[in-house]
Design a protein around this ligand. Structure first.
Ligand SMILES: Cc1ncc(COP(=O)(O)O)c(C=O)c1O
Length: 394
């Protein structure tokens, strides 16, 4: 059978993830990997699971195993209103849409908003998985400029002034891949701009709760509630395998999201939604989140100290107050693809930053370094080895 002839044109356009091969190599045993973006397995609250499951079984019984509403399990939507409030994200239960990971939410947004050729404005660099979700609907991308503080608001204004954009996609807090956080003043300006242009902004915030230093910043959603869809997830504060994400949207957009999701999976797993509801309602998150932070903060400190100690001059890197990534940039002319090939031979892998840019030729001297998945000693050793490779490549 000629499968190629059967494939839809849009399917043929889907590209295999460019970093899949790199991540495969990075996952080899004995490799020190700064490559993946996985939470540490020891960050999962396995010790709390029996109690959580017991509460679900006694509280929900068969309901936790039944079909449920597409928009989400009622108790979880209720619990999320309180959780969102603690994060300064205004959300009523009827504005919350539960998805299978926030990735499922990004796909649903692509599905309802993007017609082939529509423009989506993204930071440069941006989260690769969002591009993958949107690509299925064949948008074009408009890149907005960034600096060490994230999106440059003037670049957003310029895009909205001159182009017709379906929506703007941003990860304003501890961004993947750069770890950058948009400062308060810029958040205010971004909120003001999208309100003035009556534009829609998707604020993707999987990392905001992983804060190791400094004070939380208001979400853009709180500054322009009617123009922002906020995307959150339990992947980094509970466990990604449960696949629970959510959007805080508006009821009129939510209606379309529900129709789109009905055709995909009817609803996200009732059982894992019930576990997530208990995780919030029973105070488990409050008990467990500090443990995740205690695990990651020293890992990040070890990475930043080691970069300082070993990396050659000519390099700069982000110093995020949270999240899972540090972004390093070498001098022009350095090709971090070559660096990665050579560092893999010495047992250290990372992701060359170029893959997070939509325009070819950008970010050749950049690298994304994940620090959540190795202990401090391994991080110190890995950065020392990587620094040696980089030095030789300069
Ligand atoms: C910025 C960003 N958005 C969304 C996701 C998707 O997460 P999940 O589908 O597990 O909620 C990730 C995962 O790493 C991410 O980095």
């Amino acid at each position: 059978m000629n499968v190629d002839a059967l494939l839809a044109t849009r399917t043929r356009n889907i590209q295999a993830s460019a970093i899949r091969e790199i991540l495969k190599v990075a996952a080899q045993p004995d490799m020190i990997s700064f490559g993946g973006g996985l939470p540490a397995p020891e960050s999962f609250p396995l010790d709390l699971m029996p109690e959580l499951m017991e509460r679900v079984l006694s509280g929900c019984g068969a309901r936790a195993f039944q079909y449920d509403q597409t928009e989400g399990f009622g108790p979880l939507r209720e619990a999320l209103t309180g959780f969102c409030q603690t994060k300064g994200v205004p959300a009523r239960a009827e504005e919350i849409f539960i998805s299978s990971g926030s990735q499922g939410g990004l796909d649903a947004l692509g599905k309802i908003f993007i017609t082939k050729g529509d423009a989506v404005a993204v930071e440069s660099p941006t989260y690769l998985g969002a591009l993958q979700a949107f690509n299925a609907y064949q948008p074009s991308y408009i890149n907005m400029e960034t600096d060490g503080d994230g999106l440059i608001p003037e670049s957003l204004e310029d895009v909205l002034e001159n182009r017709k954009v379906k929506f703007v996609y941003l990860v304003p807090t501890f961004q993947n891949p750069t770890g950058r956080t948009l400062p308060l003043e810029r958040r205010r300006r971004v909120a003001d701009i999208i309100r003035r242009y009556d534009a829609l902004l998707v604020e993707d915030d999987p990392y905001g709760d992983l804060r190791y230093r400094g004070s939380p910043l208001p979400s853009i959603k709180s500054l322009a509630p009617e123009n922002v869809i906020y995307a959150g997830t339990f992947s980094k504060i509970f466990a990604p395998g449960l696949r629970i994400g959510f959007l805080v949207t508006t009821p009129d957009i939510g209606r379309w999201l529900v129709l789109a999701k009905q055709g995909v999976d009817l609803h996200t797993s009732t059982l894992t939604q019930a576990l997530a509801a208990e995780y919030l309602d029973g105070g488990f998150l409050e008990r467990h989140l500090p443990r995740i932070i205690q695990l990651y903060a020293p890992r990040q400190a070890a990475m930043l100290e080691s970069l300082e100690r070993h990396f050659p001059s000519g390099f700069e890197w982000s110093r995020p107050e949270g999240g899972m990534f540090v972004w390093a940039e070498g001098p022009p002319g350095l090709d971090t693809h070559d660096v990665n090939r050579k560092s893999i031979e010495e047992g250290v892998a990372f992701v060359p930053g170029r893959y997070f840019f939509t325009e070819p030729g950008s970010g050749c001297a950049t690298m994304r370094l994940n620090f959540t998945n190795s202990d401090e000693d391994t991080i110190r050793k890995g950065i020392r080895i990587l620094a040696g490779v980089v030095e030789r490549e300069l």
